[in-house]
Design a protein around this ligand. Structure first.
Ligand code: GAL
Length: 665
């Protein structure tokens, strides 16, 4: 398997390179990513190309058997380019132009930027494309990151209007689909349509959702410009990827992935200013999204954190054990290559405090030896492990458009899309049930249960799939505020949950948005929930069961006794509706019941312990930095991959311990 580092030779004297390469070799590195911010070096002035620095670095690395992934450098348009063409710069929603001085300072809608992109990418592709040891390409770097997903300038406005013309054909259609009769917003000429710059309070929600779609499409097209240009010149066999982040920005990773051979992802469980890592479930969910983006195909972690990170503020120092733990977690959930960020901490520039495998002094110390231990541990089984597939029995819905719709109208001060999505993902993670990320592109066949949390923007294609899946015996779990919006971001005219009413066997005639600090209570009234209590926060759907049975009711307010959680039989299947944000303990009990009924294997572990099967491998990981944990392995004869010893059914993990087992047939 490929395991390597993100290396910036341009940030170090050339006299140091041989020592870097020697240390990399000793570490077991076999791939390096280079050049993704090197535009100025490769095109020091317009039209003059100079690849000599990277040629020398690539020669040194490949002479030592290290393969290369090259980044196209478009995330950092150089000063000469911006000086000559300031119209490339993006504009924020207040109409303020973003300045040169950091990175990602371009709008994807600038025709001039497209021209310069094509020139540098073509020259790079021609120059490095034939190289036998350049194995792949990364386009740009983290599209949309650092709020670069939306730009509100003149080029953007024109491109938005053209995009709308293509989408709607006539202004009459656009006016109907946006409901512009509201507040006299009817457009009588395409040129009147604004990009959603600052207004008093809020824009039309239909315009906002289309603007997000437009921004995402614009990035997809921009990426296609790069992939087509690369493919015209590179040798066959070189792959093209992009290192995504999944932060609900206006980027559609699923669309973009169609133009990529692999998906890649940058894994930073902790970053600047954070006092501790994000939850194990939150990290796991990002991996699931990444794996789901190209329908289960293995992906690269193009940046895997190896040291404390941050720009002006440094975050939590990853503890001894974290590097292995997060690497194993990534591979267990579908990664097939790991590239550590970064080889060495820079002594200058914005990222002086992004620590790497080596720190500023360049000496191999604790983190270096930890990475070495990880690489050594993967030598024997790494290839088999990454060649194995993940057979998830359950799935969790995610669609970027739904996230955008929520971010446009969170409807409660207590609502956060990420937090609520994780609320409904975490119980499956707690029970160590592997889940795929699905949306309308996915087939639901074979899953025992499909969770569809906060399904606000109802997608007719996906709803139809869910109906068929449930009719044929599947289990579907919806959460509160589902089925509310139509694709154009209008509210459905049907009684809620709209198109989901038959499936769920309920009607919602009233609901209450709860603000931060407010809450109701819920009491379980049937099945495993009987007698259990939970707070009810963020939102309360007041459920009138039609054919559904009641599993829990509200305890407070005028709607005391009203159904909060229901279960309905639909066709041969079962459909749940969770009307409020429940606590983890009640949700986990409910999920346990759901999995038991659906016939899905669960593995109960201590808090923070994650167990993942990938083919015949089983990885067990303890995310707690304080407490060790005892784990009962699932049935089977397991062998410890590190020692080749046969395991008894129980094993102990140190705090932050990670182990790999293989089943013996
Ligand atoms: C990533 C980015 C890298 C570097 C890193 C710092 O988001 O791709 O270039 O900035 O964060 O932690």
């Amino acid at each position: 398997m490929y395991i390597g580092v993100d290396y910036y030779p341009e940030q170090w004297p050339e006299s140091r390179w041989p020592e870097d390469v020697r240390l990399m070799k000793e570490l077991g590195v076999n791939v390096v990513r280079l050049a993704e911010f090197g535009w100025q070096l490769m095109e020091p002035e317009e039209g003059r190309y100079d690849f000599s620095l990277y040629d020398r670095a690539i020669k040194l690395l490949t002479d030592h058997g290290i393969k290369i992934v090259l980044g196209t450098p478009t995330a950092t348009p150089p000063a000469w380019l911006i000086h000559k063409h300031p119209e490339i710069l993006p504009v924020d929603e207040n109409g303020v132009q973003i300045s040169f001085g950091a990175r990602r300072h371009y709008t994807v809608n600038s025709p001039v930027f497209h021209e310069f992109t094509l020139k540098i990418v073509t020259e790079m592709a021609k120059h490095f494309g034939p190289h036998p040891d350049v194995i792949g390409w990364q386009t740009d770097n983290e599209y949309g990151h650092e709020k670069s997903d939306r730009s509100y300038g003149e080029a953007d406005r024109q491109a938005f209007q053209a995009w709308l013309k293509e989408k709607y054909g006539t202004l009459g259609e656009l006016n109907r689909e946006w409901g512009t009769v509201f507040w006299s917003q009817t457009y009588t000429d395409w040129s009147q349509i604004p990009v959603p710059r600052k207004v008093y309070q809020e824009h039309n929600p239909s315009l906002l959702l289309d603007f997000d779609r437009f921004c995402a499409d614009a990035y997809t097209r921009y990426n296609r410009l790069q992939t087509e240009c690369l493919r015209a010149h590179i040798r066959s066999g070189q792959f093209i990827t992009h290192n995504f982040v999944y932060t609900d920005q206006a980027i559609n990773q699923w669309d973009m992935a169609e133009d990529l051979d692999y998906v890649a992802y940058d894994n930073y469980p902790v970053w600047g200013g954070l006092a501790e890592p994000i939850s194990p479930a939150a990290i796991a969910h990002q991996h699931d999204l990444c794996r789901g983006t190209k329908n289960g195909k293995g992906y690269w972690v193009m940046e895997e954190l190896s040291g404390a990170q941050g720009w002006s503020k440094i975050g939590y120092l990853p503890r001894p054990g974290h590097i292995k733990l997060w690497t194993y977690q990534a591979i267990s959930r579908g990664a097939e290559a790991i590239v550590y960020f970064r080889w060495r901490a820079a002594q200058f520039g914005t990222e002086e405090f992004c620590h790497g495998i080596l720190d500023h002094d360049g000496l191999p110390k604790r983190k270096y030896y930890e990475v070495k231990e990880v690489i050594d541990s993967l030598k024997k089984h790494g290839d088999d492990w990454i060649a194995s597939s993940i057979e998830a029995q359950a799935a969790v819905y995610y669609d970027p458009e739904n996230a955008w719709a929520w971010n446009i109208q969170p409807q409660s001060s207590a609502f956060s899309h990420r937090r609520e999505l994780l609320r409904h993902y975490t119980p499956a993670h707690n029970l160590n049930v592997a889940t795929d990320a699905v949306n309308s592109r996915s087939s639901l066949e074979g899953y025992k249960a499909v969770f569809v949390p906060i399904y606000f923007l109802e997608d007719p294609v996906f709803t139809e799939k869910l109906k068929q899946y449930a009719e044929n015996g599947g289990t579907v779990v919806f959460s509160y505020r589902s089925g509310v919006k139509k694709p154009n971001n209008f509210v459905t005219g049907k009684t809620l949950p709209g198109e989901l009413s038959d499936m769920t066997g309920i009607r919602i005639n009233e609901y209450e948005s709860l603000q931060t600090g407010q809450g109701n209570k819920v009491k379980g009234s049937a099945g495993l929930l009987e007698g259990m209590e939970s707070s009810a926060t963020v939102w309360c759907d007041l459920i009138d069961p039609v054919s559904a049975e009641v599993l829990a009711v509200y305890e407070d307010c005028f709607y005391e006794g009203t159904a909060a959680v229901t279960r309905n039989h639909f066709g041969k299947g079962t459909v749940y509706y969770i009307g409020t944000a429940l606590e983890d303990s009640m949700l986990t009990a409910l999920y346990k019941d759901i999995f038991r009924h659906a016939g899905t294997e669960t593995i109960e572990t201590a808090e923070g312990v994650e167990v993942v099967r990938r083919g015949s491998f089983l990885s067990v990981m303890n995310h707690s930095a304080e407490a060790g944990a005892e784990i009962t392995l699932p049935e089977g004869q397991w062998v410890d991959c590190a020692t080749d010893e046969q395991m008894s059914r129980t094993t102990r993990l140190e705090p932050l311990g990670a182990k790999l087992f293989k089943i013996e047939f």
